[in-house]
Design a protein around this ligand. Structure first.
Ligand SMILES: O=C(O)C(=O)C[C@H](O)[C@H](O)COP(=O)(O)O
Length: 322
């Protein structure tokens, strides 16, 4: 594996998104999993990206390999232990937006242990990205993430951590203990405001930024849902307004933001500008269904920022939901 800008570690999930076609309910296949979504967004922004995970020894595992090859993502450390399965999730849509149900217990990624980690690649990457999902899927995966963070820190590799708290994966007290402990080893804290309120018991973006900066993070990039993003460094804090579009599906918008943000920040070092770029990318992602089909390329984000031009999409990548 050549040196990467970003190595993302965690679980890819094959996606089935509920849709209605000709009056019939169908489940459209796609690709999800927070760290794979983030990796694809960063690669489409222009970063050199790799993924470490275990995929199932099944058709879904093959589908991910093909996807990552198409996206130019390095998968040289990914293994498929014999007889294992790739996790799956179903997205359904209701009045309150989207909801996920999981078929992931015992998945290949959840069986990863610290011994499986690609230490050389972690030590040579500029940054590793991990999340509360990467740790919530099993105790051995949680241990692997702690070991990856320790190895990264010992080799001057930056650590980015997205809280991505999923109550279906673990109880709040356990998630809080693990995520807050891991965050103390992170350089970039990437919570959502909702997650951070649950995980810290604090309310305002300022209090929450103080909490993560106090743990030792050097950058806090907090998504505020419809209100944009709040970016804090020890020296400066700013709210970055959202970009508004006619959203169809917000699944994966946070991950799309995260990938675009990290790729841009690593490129020029300005977190406020990178967050504005990430907001534009995330807005374009919401124009279509599923976690990554409409995650935009750099040229599309730049055209949108320049004059509001929206990407042209083939009908098959747009929502078929009635
Ligand atoms: O829940 C999980 O474990 C997944 O990885 C499924 C999804 O692909 C991401 O969760 C989407 O993440 P958002 O960007 O927060 O919408």
């Amino acid at each position: 594996m050549s040196a990467l800008d970003i190595l993302a570690i965690g679980e890819p999930l094959y996606e089935l998104a509920e849709a209605e076609i000709g009056g019939e309910r169908v489940y459209r296949p796609g690709f999800g999993g927070d760290i794979s979504n983030l990796a694809i967004s960063a690669a489409r922004t222009g970063a050199r990206v790799g993924i470490f995970s275990h995929l199932g020894d099944d058709r879904f595992g093959h589908a991910f390999r093909d996807l990552w090859d198409r996206e130019g993502i390095d998968r040289s450390t990914v293994r498929s232990p014999k007889g294992t399965k790739t996790g799956l999730y179903v997205i359904s849509y209701g009045e309150d937006g989207h909801a996920f149900s999981y078929l992931r217990d015992g998945s290949a990624a959840s069986r990863v242990t610290p011994e499986d980690l690609p230490l050389d690649a972690i030590g040579r990457a500029r940054l590793i990205h991990v999340s509360g999902i990467s740790q919530g899927i099993s105790s051995s995966a949680a241990d692997a993430v702690f070991a990856a963070i320790a190895h990264a820190r010992a080799h001057d590799t930056l650590v980015s951590y997205d809280t991505n708290y999923r109550p279906a994966l673990w109880p709040l007290d356990r998630a809080r203990a693990v995520i807050n402990a891991a965050m103390a080893g992170a350089d970039i804290a990437r919570p959502s405001l909702d997650d951070a309120r649950e995980l810290t018991g604090l309310q305002t973006p300022d209090e929450i930024a103080d909490f993560y900066l106090g743990l030792g993070c050097r950058l806090v990039v907090m998504t505020l849902g419809r209100d944009g993003v709040f970016v804090a460094t020890p020296q400066e804090r700013r709210g970055i307004p959202p970009r508004r579009v006619d959203a169809v599906d917000a699944t994966g918008a946070g991950d799309c933001f995260g990938g675009a943000f990290l790729a841009e920040w690593l490129r020029h070092g300005d977190p406020f500008e990178a967050a504005a770029y990430g907001n534009a990318a995330a807005a374009l992602k919401t124009l279509g269904q599923g976690a990554v089909a409409t995650s935009p390329k750099r040229s599309e984000v730049e055209a949108f920022i320049a004059d509001g031009t929206l990407p042209r999409r083939s009908a098959s990548t747009l929502a078929l939901r009635s």
